[in-house]
Design a protein around this ligand. Sequence first.
Ligand code: SAH
Length: 370
Amino acid sequence: MVTIETTQNFIQLKSDKELNTQPKELVGMDLAAMRQFFKEIGEQPFRATQLYRAIYKHRQTSFEEITEFSKDLRTKLSSLSVVMQQQIDRKFNSQDGTRRYLFKLFDGREIESVWIPETERATICISSQVGCPLACEFCLTAQLKLKRNLSVGEIVGQVITVLSDVYGIKQPPDRQINIVMMGMGEPLLNYDNVTATIRLMSDMEGIAISTRHITLSTAGVVPRIYDLGKEEIRPKLAISLTGATDELRDRLMPINRRYPLKELLKACQEFPLKPREKITFEYVMLKGVTDSDVDARRLVKLLSGLQAKVNLIPHNPAEELPFESSSHERVLAFQQILVDSGLPAFIRRPRGQDIFAACGQLAAKSSTGM
Ligand code: SAH
């Protein structure tokens, strides 16, 4: 049996060897890694299964909450590790029910997640990087530039924390939860951590969100789209297109200079889809830039032959961004051209605009808080 005394001896031994090491963070580990950890600290492997369920299924994110463990074990674990280091720093509530969460990470960096409730489901929009390296001209996150990649624990921790803020611990969600990797960052530039996160989130013993309900959005990192297509456990794919010619896209989204439309669409063509599954193309409506009838017809032509649907995103303006939003009538007329040509097209209703939670607005603004 572990006593506090032996725990202290253990810490003594450990700290002689490993001075100044960070405590081990448990969130983000898969079951195999947890087993290994428990083995290293001289505990039974079945404890790993308990811990895994506690963190991922029941959202118990502090050792005090994990009452399945004895007090001694909790004391021992907390002397060697932490469940999760990130904290909700601020929370912003929109009139429409959307919530924006600002997280403070262990190193003081900030990221954001958004909770978007709808009638029968809810979507959590999560970040994959601190900032973003891609420099899309219409996106505020781009202005932060890339600070660093997020760890698996930092990505999956957003989902657990948001769900526990909404539902508390142990309580299963009352509706279908969707995950969209459309927050800060380019998920395919943090490939290993993002795919590991998807495996964790979709594990039915844990968070249990099926890959049918997880969407990864990319600005078009072509080689990684091929890699993703080869993954056994893969999410649904969304492509941020916003521009139907190389000329326009080169300007708006500089990644297009590296991976032009022809290559991007070839990767989409070859992406394995389930029956009836479609690739979503996100298209930001920028007044006088991307929203003409000619643009709409080009888009139809570009996507012909693909299992595609289009989400038209009204541009969310900001002082720092050199664009205006298209009028609602223009967006409707644009949509009509797509639909009349047999291309399914939907208009995304902006959510949480009043709290800077809408697409392209995630720039860790804490000054707008309520
Ligand atoms: N880097 C990935 C994940 C971010 S998704 C990607 O680009 O797909 C963020 C989405 O918000 C993208 O589809 C982008 O086109 C959209 N977006 C960016 N800035 C926007 C703005 N100002 N208004 C509306 N949508 C915007």
